[in-house]
Write a protein of this length. Structure first.
Length: 85
């Protein structure tokens, strides 16, 4: 299987998914998107996400959002109106 060598920054991931940068960071922190941290020291960590990891996340999300088979809902039982005598 061919592994992609393309990597995206946190902002690029957010742009592709059309979400806020912090939402993308949260998805990576929760492990929903596999990302790698680069850099050390006093500077903030910088995240990189491989194209394969991003495609995997999108595929999983797409599968989760697929509607199930349509079932026929039964109509609610209509109770007769009470008649006052």
């Amino acid at each position: 299987m061919h592994q992609s060598l393309n990597f995206y920054t946190l902002q690029e991931v957010a742009d592709i998914l059309r979400i806020h940068r912090e939402s993308a960071r949260s998805l990576i922190a929760k492990g929903e998107i596999k990302g790698m941290s680069i850099g050390k020291g006093q500077h903030r960590r910088k995240w990189r996400v491989s194209q394969a990891a991003l495609e995997d996340f999108i595929r999983r999300r797409t599968e989760q959002s697929q509607p199930g088979p349509k079932t026929q809902r039964s109509k609610p039982e209509v109770k007769p109106k009470r008649q006052w005598v």
